[in-house]
Write a protein that binds this ligand. Structure first.
Ligand SMILES: [Zn+2]
Length: 502
């Protein structure tokens, strides 16, 4: 379906916090996209952790550990949250890995050689206690604005490396005008255009007073944001022009939370141009999840633990909820009540019961053996479903894709209610009963493919119950063709419901 290899990234997550539902949201969206594209061609899904910077160094020191030992201990839970939600990345990059640091230095050298990086003075108000530069406008009565500090600040001027960001402003604006789809949704696009219209300053890309970062030749470390952004190409072996890089760059979709859109849609494209590289096709800045309308924050004590809700509701139920509840891109409110409604309704009543009833009837009337299916009006009606759902997924319209898939779930349930296989059996209408049973089983095979990007565990469960090997695989254009389920194959229904009622 896709003309070339597909590449999707999540932001690399800042390691010192705990994974929260917002991280799960981004990762699940990327995973869904990647699973769909993996089924249909070569694809690559990158995620990882951002491990440098002042805060990490300070937290490690407080714990009496080296920053490396500290991040080694923390990365475990970031990988665990991926595993818990079936997020199947192709690579997980840590910015503390040698492969990354080596290439960051190489990028720095290339930027310097091409005149995009120069040495300049970085001046500003500095709090030594916090080792932080503060904008004059942030100071409180001329003192450090950190409420736990409040010390005097001093005017500091140090030699630092600068990236010539300002010279890319006009080119960026022109690019935005010519590519209205490149930053989505529209709200993010408009904000970035306004920022660009306000003008750009060159970016300081080194820090001399910090040592927890990628060391730069001549001293200091690379600014943590530049270090972080480069992961999208270092993971592909950019600096050695590796095969991954040649296959997958430019990225098709880079997912970010809207709060970090600026780094990805102003600084990042300018850096790529400075390296003479193509820009990603699209940066998508998704919205925030609130909790029952309130912003989640540690201080409000209303942060959802993503491990805990996965245990309670099942990871597939949460994955489904996140992508079904609201259009991807807008903010939306999380509530356990809404999760419960989706879980018991769409998943339990609609999908779970369909699987259970269909297979139970096949066992009862045909000893579990798939009959020969005659021509199916249902198959004909949904012949373009794979294309519709796939197009929606590729466009990040996850909700629309699930709605299209659920039309099919509804139609299959209606087949049972209208054709009443138990009456066909009683009447001895063998042909009609065979057709109905085949429609249901073939419909379930389709559903296993269609929901696999969204709910991989459930898809595998349906696949196994159909008596099929492994998990759904293969391109939708060939697999979602009516009649591929072999007559005579034997199903293996489970006594366990797919979605036990909560
Ligand atoms: Zn301070």
């Amino acid at each position: 379906m896709s003309e070339r290899a597909f590449y999707v990234t999540t932001p690399i997550y800042y390691i010192s916090g705990n994974p929260h539902i917002g991280h799960v949201y981004t990762s699940v969206a990327a995973d869904t996209l990647a699973r769909y594209h993996h089924a249909n061609g070569p694809a690559f899904f990158l995620t990882g952790t951002d491990e440098h910077g002042q805060k990490v160094a300070a937290a490690a020191a407080e714990a009496g550990m080296t920053p490396q030992a500290w991040t080694d201990a923390l990365v475990v839970k970031w990988k665990a949250i991926c595993a818990r939600y079936d997020v199947r990345y192709d690579d997980f990059i840590r910015t503390t890995e040698p492969r990354h640091a080596r290439q960051c230095v190489e990028v720095f050298e290339r930027l310097k050689a091409s005149g995009n990086v120069y040495l300049g003075k970085y001046s500003g108000w500095y709090c030594t206690n916090d080792e932080t530069f503060w904008l004059e406008s942030k100071l409180i009565d001329g003192r450090c604005p950190n409420p736990e500090c409040g010390r005097e600040v001093q005017w500091l001027s140090e030699d630092n490396w600068f990236f010539a960001l300002s010279k890319y402003r006009d080119r960026l604006l022109a690019y935005y005008r010519e590519h209205p789809q490149w930053v989505r949704p529209e709200r993010a696009y408009n904000e970035m255009v306004a920022t660009l219209e306000g003008g750009l300053e060159d970016l300081c890309i080194s820090r001399v007073n910090l040592d927890w970062g990628v060391p730069l030749p001549g001293g200091g470390v690379m600014y943590v944001w530049l270090d972080a952004l480069l992961n999208y190409i270092t993971a592909l072996d950019y600096a050695s022009d590796g095969e991954r890089f040649r296959t997958f760059w430019p990225a098709n979709v880079q997912l970010v939370g809207k709060e970090i859109a600026r780094f990805h849609t102003i600084i990042w494209p300018a850096v790529l141009w400075a390296l003479d590289l193509a820009l990603p096709e699209r940066v998508f800045a998704h919205g925030w999840i609130t909790l029952e309308g309130q912003k989640m924050s540690k201080s409000l004590g209303n942060v959802i633990d993503p491990f805990e809700i996965a245990d309670r509701f099942g990871s597939d139920s949460i994955r489904y909820f996140l992508l079904r509840e609201a259009p991807f891109g807008s903010d939306f409110s999380f509530s356990e009540e809404k999760v419960r409604l989706r879980r018991n309704g769409d998943l339990g009543n609609d999908l779970g019961n369909l699987v259970k009833r269909s297979l139970a009837m096949l066992v009862r009337y045909r000893a579990g053996r798939v009959p020969t299916g005659a021509h199916s009006a249902l198959g004909a009606r949904f012949t373009d479903l794979g294309k519709r759902a796939g197009t929606a997924i590729a466009a990040l319209e996850f909700r629309e894709a699930l709605e299209a898939i659920w039309e099919f779930v509804t139609a299959l349930n209606r087949t049972i209610d209208e054709k009443r296989p138990w009456e066909l059996d009683k009447r001895g209408d063998t042909a009609a009963l065979d057709t109905a049973l085949y429609e249901l089983c073939e419909g379930l095979r389709w559903l296993a493919h269609l929901i696999a990007p969204f709910m991989p565990t459930t898809a595998r469960g349906i696949w196994t119950q159909l008596g099929l090997e492994g998990e759904p695989h293969g391109a939708w254009s060939t697999e979602l063709v009516w009649g591929r389920l072999e007559p005579g194959s034997v199903v293996a229904p489970s006594d366990e419901p797919l979605f036990p009622r909560l």
